[in-house]
Design a binder for this molecule. Structure first.
Ligand code: P6P
Length: 344
């Protein structure tokens, strides 16, 4: 597949401007928000690449709100996004994986009508081994659009179907920005020689069914029996040659989801006997990734409910997740309901 599958040279600014024409109510405030956000992403990408040289690899001596040791780059990325986004006048409040509570806009700055929720550096456990890591973001409108005061927890705790836009930046062999504002999924690749994000894949669609499953099989013995039955089913050769599936697992959600978006199949982080709600976070991982998967024609559930219908009660709440090709996720749900009947 060619890296650039479009013959039009379109920057992300031009793309946002053309999308704004689809929303007559748009005031240009939104494009300002994205301009500031892409600046933050470029700064993070620059320092992810230089991390080894700048000695900002490795662990800080702090832990985050979840008691996880914070890598220096996590800290740095969280700070970069805050400093890029706090003064533009587009946001009324932010929330981040690396910050316990709400991130308020400093009193000296204007409050805008949007809310930004983000995971500044997803996959931090992979930082030291140069595996793909990334930033995930989710944008909502505040509940009272004419309110000019500080945003509140209720402005943040909105269900995923209320997202205005969502996306992730992946810092790998190339820097990709995968983005949707509800009009399909577009992929931009950063060209640092000209300092622009160029549109390289338009309206990405996920295959109806794939041949890859992505899950941490090390947790197999902690899963519920019906999930183990589904995984065993995927590994059992079938007469039609559709199975066995291949297992691919990078351990960075955005990288595993990016592959699933392009090649199809199913990405899973289920509940298990030690983690009854799974590991991944609803607000700043699952909701944005689910919006992208659905916008590409896929499906994203917790096994029974659509991820984006879950009503959040905490910024950092977790949820089990099964997302990817429609047919693969529907098969999984059939197994979890105990309704699978195939003898193979
Ligand atoms: P495990 C990375 O630390 C992360 O939060 C996600 O990006 C990734 O999908 C998951 O954890 C990997 O978790 O338990 O398989 O190492």
């Amino acid at each position: 597949m060619p890296i650039i599958s479009t013959n039009r040279l379109i920057t992300i600014e031009r793309h946002i401007a053309s999308e704004e024409q689809l929303h007559p109510e748009a005031t240009g405030e939104y494009s300002g928000l994205l301009r500031d956000l892409t600046l933050a992403l470029r700064l993070i990408a620059r320092d992810v690449r230089r991390a080894g040289l700048n000695d900002i690899l490795g662990f800080t001596d702090t832990t985050n709100v979840h008691g996880e040791t914070v890598k220096k780059l996590d800290d740095y990325a969280n700070d970069v996004i805050f400093r890029a986004m706090d003064h533009g006048g587009h946001l009324c409040v932010m929330a981040s994986e690396e910050s316990y509570g709400l991130i308020h806009i400093p009193s000296r700055y204007k409050k805008g009508k949007y809310v930004l929720v983000f995971d500044p550096l997803d996959g931090s456990s992979n930082i030291d081994v140069n595996a793909t890591i990334g930033t995930i973001f989710s944008i909502y409108r505040r509940l009272e659009p004419n309110d000019t005061s500080d945003g509140s927890l209720t402005d943040v705790l909105q269900p995923g179907y209320k997202q205005v836009a969502a996306g992730y930046a992946s810092y790998g062999s190339a820097m990709n920005l995968v983005y949707t504002s509800g009009n399909g999924v577009d992929v931009f690749t950063y060209d640092q020689t000209i300092g622009e994000f160029l549109l390289t894949r338009e309206k990405v669609t996920i295959p109806q069914r794939g041949k890859i499953y992505s899950i941490n099989e090390g947790n197999y013995n902690r899963w519920e029996p019906r999930l183990r039955q589904y995984i065993d089913y995927l590994k059992t050769p079938s007469d039609d040659g559709l199975r066995p599936y291949s297992l691919r697992y990078i351990g960075t959600a955005i990288a595993d989801v990016h592959r699933t978006l392009y090649y199809g199949g199913i990405f899973m982080y289920p509940a298990d006997s030690l983690s009854p709600k799974g590991k991944l976070r609803l607000m700043y991982e699952l909701n944005p990734l689910s919006m992208l998967i659905e916008q590409a024609g896929g499906r994203a559930t917790d096994g029974t409910r659509r991820i984006m219908d879950i009503m959040p009660t905490d910024i950092h709440e977790r949820a089990p997740v099964f997302m990817g090709s429609q047919d693969d996720v529907l098969d999984l749900e059939t197994f979890l309901r105990g309704e699978h009947t195939s003898q193979q």
